[in-house]
Write a protein that binds this ligand. Structure first.
Ligand code: UTP
Length: 339
């Protein structure tokens, strides 16, 4: 289905953000906070997602909550009070397709955006939703086997497959979707769930999109450059770098310390006699004292003292305390300490 952009113009844009997952790959951080609230570049992941959507005039979001869902709901209500939030609880984590299937009542009949709760996509969202056509955000990758994959011809989706052993292309689905014909989406999701169509044990959104395609939905691909995954410690640190570089951070000089931008330092954080940056996020109430910290994320209340840190994630309230060394090194000596 292709709908005239003019017809869509007056329609309020809704966005579904599924955040029910357990975030096992980000443990131990997700033992105490849900993945969507893990801090990156100065705010929780879901905070970045909602800020990206703001220029589009998204007024209503549909949150699919599960693991520690109340914390996500409270954060969104406090930090984005202008948003109307419709919450759906996914009691059993049966897959992304199942999570979206549960949102039917909240979404209604209009077009809808779907953005994964652990991925910050920096894209031209107005172009993404402006064409009146169902679009799937994609990016060329070297290892498509790990993702949902799209086969496309001249920008048009010809086929979709979830985590294929033999990928038909290297176009990975990045977790950003614009669905014009949401009644058809829900019809296909219902079929996937009711007929128990599972791939890799889960009800997949990709399988429902494939059914939509078979039923004649016109679907395009939308190339996305700014795809910032936050699901693994390494990708979270990479995303921290990219987002700080993009925003410039908020670092100002702090007496007695050296701040190397870009950094994001919460006003309630304490920095003493340290070198901080580049690419460091320091959350509320965290402390860095007598240390050198770069390329790292400190969650709220974390304490780092007398330490040299790089590419590190320090969780809420965690304490890292090193020690000073006393050396008396002779000529032509060579000393290596730690990795
Ligand atoms: P992931 O597949 O990354 O799962 O979900 P996860 O639980 O968050 O993380 P791992 O694999 O255990 O480390 C991608 C997105 O889809 C949501 C997740 O919350 C995340 O935002 N999701 C996934 C659901 O809401 N429900 C599901 O059943 C599956």
């Amino acid at each position: 289905m292709k709908v005239s952009p003019a017809l869509l113009k007056g329609m309020p844009m809704k966005a579904i953000i599924p955040v029910a997952g357990i975030g096992t790959r980000l443990r131990p951080h997700t033992h105490t906070i849900p993945k969507a609230l893990v801090p990156v570049a100065g705010k929780p992941i879901v905070g970045h997602i909602l800020e990206e959507l703001a220029p589009l005039g998204v007024k209503e979001i549909v949150l699919v909550t599960g693991y520690m869902g109340d914390r996500v709901k409270d954060y969104v209500a406090e930090s984005f009070p202008y948003l109307e939030v419709c919450c759906v609880e996914q009691e059993e984590r049966l897959g992304l397709g199942h999570a979206i299937y549960l949102t039917k009542e909240c979404v209604g009949d209009g077009p809808v955006l779907i953005v994964l709760g652990d991925t910050v996509v920096t894209a031209d969202y107005s172009a993404f939703v402006g064409g009146g056509r169902t679009l799937i955000g994609v990016k060329e990758v070297d290892d498509p086997q790990r993702f949902g994959v799209v086969e496309a011809r001249e920008g048009r989706v010809m086929g979709l497959v979830e985590k294929p052993d033999v990928p038909p292309s290297n176009l990975a689905i990045v977790g950003l979707y614009y669905i014009v014909n949401s009644p058809l989406l829900f019809e296909c999701l219902t079929e996937v769930v009711e007929k128990d169509i599972r791939t890799k044990g889960e009800y997949q959104l990709t399988d429902a999109l494939k059914l939509m395609l078979e039923r004649g939905e016109d679907m395009g691909v939308y190339p996305v450059d700014g795809w910032h995954d936050c699901g693994l410690p390494e990708t979270l640190l990479d995303t921290n770098r990219v987002l700080l570089k993009r925003s410039g951070g908020n670092g100002k000089s702090i007496e007695g310390s050296i701040i190397l931008p870009p950094v994001s330092i919460d006003p309630t954080a304490v920095i003493e006699k340290s070198v901080v940056g580049p690419y460091v996020s320091v959350a509320a109430g965290a402390t860095i004292r007598d240390s050198v910290v770069r390329d790292s994320i400190l969650s709220s209340g974390a304490i780092v003292e007398m330490s040299l840190l790089s590419r590190s994630l320090i969780g809420e309230g965690a304490v890292v305390r090193g020690h000073f060394q006393r050396l008396n090194v002779g000529d032509s000596s060579e000393i290596e300490m730690g990795a």
